[in-house]
Design a protein around this ligand. Structure first.
Ligand SMILES: CNc1nc2c(CCc3ccc(C(F)(F)F)cc3)c3[nH]c(N)nc(=O)c3cc2[nH]1
Ligand SMILES: [Zn+2]
Length: 373
C-alpha cells in the first residue's frame, strides 16, 4: 500500500477531521498545508530550512519538470527526492491544470492535449498515459490523474462533457500506473459549480477506487462563498477513510473554512509568491514591507511570530533589503510566510483535538480581519 490514511477524530464543534497520512517517505499530520515547489524547489528555501519550519510534504509539477530539465534526466538522477535533496513526501500535480493555464493550448482531444511550451514555443503532447509515465519517473509519493480543470464560468454542457472525459482519462491513468506499491494515484473530482455534475464526477471516480481524492476545478476565480458551497455538497459524499485534497487553495481564511468543510490537504503559491514581492502574512493581517511607514519600524514583522525572520530582523531592515533588491529580503519573507501558514495549520490541528475549531476561526478573523490575502 503506497499510502495509508489514519482517521483520528472529528472535531465535535465543526466536523473537521484530524488524521495522519502514512507514506514511504514519512507520516503527514492532517489537515496540512503543502508548500509549492514548481521547479523542484520551494523558491528561495533550502530543504533544511523547510524542515526547520516543519514542512512535512511539498508539491512539484509534471508539466514544468517534463519541459525542463526533463523527467528522464530526473529519473537518471535517482528520482525527484534525490535530485532535489528532499527525503520527505512529495506530491506531483499531473500537468493538466498547467497545460490549460500556462502552455499555449493547441487542442484538447480524447487522446490528450497538444500544446506549445511556455518556455520556447516547442510543440508537445501530453496524454493521461504520458502524465503517469512522467510522475512514475519522478517517483513522487502522491501522483495526480491527468484531468481537465474546467474554466469558470463554464456552461453546464461543457462541464458535463469535460468531467466525463476526465473520468475516462482517470481510468486510463489507473491502467497505466505501474508503481502502485510506492506511488499513490489520486483521483480529481470535477463538475464545475453544478451540484449534480459534482456528484456524477465523484460517483464515477469512486468506482475506480483511488487511495485518495482531490477536489479540482475550484479556486479558478469563483467567489469564495461559491467554493464553500461546492465543498458543502461534495465532501460529505467523499470516503471518510481516504484523504481529501482541495487543489490550489491556501489563503488563511480558505484553509480554515476548507478544513471546517472536511478537507485534509491544501496547497497554494501565495506565501512564496507574495513573499517574493514583499508582502507578509501576519497575525494582524497582511503587511507590504516596502511601505514607507516601516522605514523606522525597528520592531519585528509579527510580534506574535516565532520564526527565524521575526526573531532576528526588524521591519526597517526587511524594508531596506526589498528597496535595495537584496535576495536575502525575499528569502526572509518567504520563510516567514511559509512558517505563518504551517503554524496556522498546527493551531487548526490543535483546535480540532480540543473540539473548538469554530471558536478558533472566530478569534483568528477577529484579529486577522476577514480580508483575504
Ligand atoms: C490556484 N488555483 C488552482 N490550482 C489548481 C490546480 C493546481 C494545483 C497545483 C499543484 C501543484 C503545483 C506545483 F507547482 F507545486 F507543482 C502548483 C499548483 C489544479 N490541478 C489539477 N490537476 N486539477 C485542478 O482541477 C486544479 C485546480 C486548481 N485551482
Ligand atoms: Zn515570522
Amino acid at each position: 500500500m503506497a499510502i495509508k490514511y489514519e482517521f483520528i477524530k472529528e472535531c465535535k464543534q465543526s466536523g473537521a477531521r484530524l488524521g495522519k497520512l502514512h507514506t514511504p517517505h514519512g507520516v503527514i499530520e492532517t489537515p496540512i498545508f503543502m508548500p509549492v515547489g514548481t521547479q523542484a524547489t520551494v523558491k528561495a528555501m533550502t530543504p533544511e530550512e523547510l524542515k526547520d519550519i516543519k514542512a512535512q510534504i511539498i508539491l512539484s509539477n509534471t508539466y514544468h519538470l517534463y519541459l525542463r530539465p526533463g523527467h528522464k534526466l530526473i529519473e537518471k538522477a535517482g528520482g525527484l527526492h534525490t535530485f532535489m535533496n528532499w527525503d520527505r513526501p512529495i506530491l506531483t500535480d499531473s500537468g493538466g491544470f498547467q497545460v490549460f493555464s500556462l502552455g499555449d493550448l493547441r487542442k484538447i482531444s480524447e487522446e490528450g492535449v497538444e500544446f506549445r511550451s511556455h518556455l520556447d514555443g516547442s510543440k508537445h503532447f501530453i496524454s493521461p498515459e504520458k502524465a503517469v509515465e512522467i510522475q512514475n519517473s519522478l517517483g513522487s509519493d502522491i501522483m495526480m490523474v491527468f484531468d481537465e480543470c474546467a474554466p469558470y464560468p463554464a456552461d453546464r454542457q461543457y462541464v458535463k462533457n469535460s468531467l466525463e472525459r476526465t473520468t475516462r482519462w482517470a481510468k486510463r491513468c489507473k491502467e497505466a500506473h505501474k508503481n502502485t506499491d510506492k506511488q499513490a494515484l489520486f483521483g480529481i473530482i470535477q463538475g464545475g459549480m453544478y451540484e449534480d455534475l459534482r456528484k456524477q464526477s465523484l460517483e464515477e471516480l469512486l468506482e475506480l477506487d483511488f487511495p485518495g481524492y482531490a477536489v479540482g476545478g475550484l479556486s479558478v476565480g469563483e467567489p469564495k462563498n461559491l467554493m464553500y458551497e461546492v465543498l458543502e455538497y461534495t465532501t460529505p459524499f467523499m470516503p471518510k477513510d481516504k484523504p481529501r485534497y482541495l487543489m490550489g487553495v491556501g489563503s488563511p481564511d480558505c484553509l480554515i473554512e476548507g478544513t471546517i468543510r472536511g478537507i485534509d490537504m491544501f496547497d497554494c503559491v501565495l506565501p512564496t509568491r507574495i513573499g517574493r514581492n514583499g508582502t507578509a502574512m501576519t497575525s494582524q493581517g497582511k503587511i507590504v514591507i516596502k511601505n514607507a511607514i516601516h522605514t523606522e519600524a525597528f520592531e519585528a514583522l509579527d510580534p506574535e511570530c516565532g520564526c527565524y525572520t521575526c526573531k532576528n530582523y526588524s521591519r526597517a531592515y526587511l524594508r531596506h533589503l526589498f528597496k535595495a533588491n537584496e535576495v536575502l529580503g525575499l528569502r526572509l519573507l518567504t520563510n516567514h510566510n511559509l512558517y505563518f501558514l504551517l503554524k496556522l495549520m498546527e493551531e487548526v490541528r490543535q483546535a480540532i483535538r480540543e473540539d473548538r475549531l469554530l471558536d478558533y476561526r472566530n478569534d483568528f478573523f477577529a484579529k486577522y480581519g476577514y480580508d483575504n490575502i
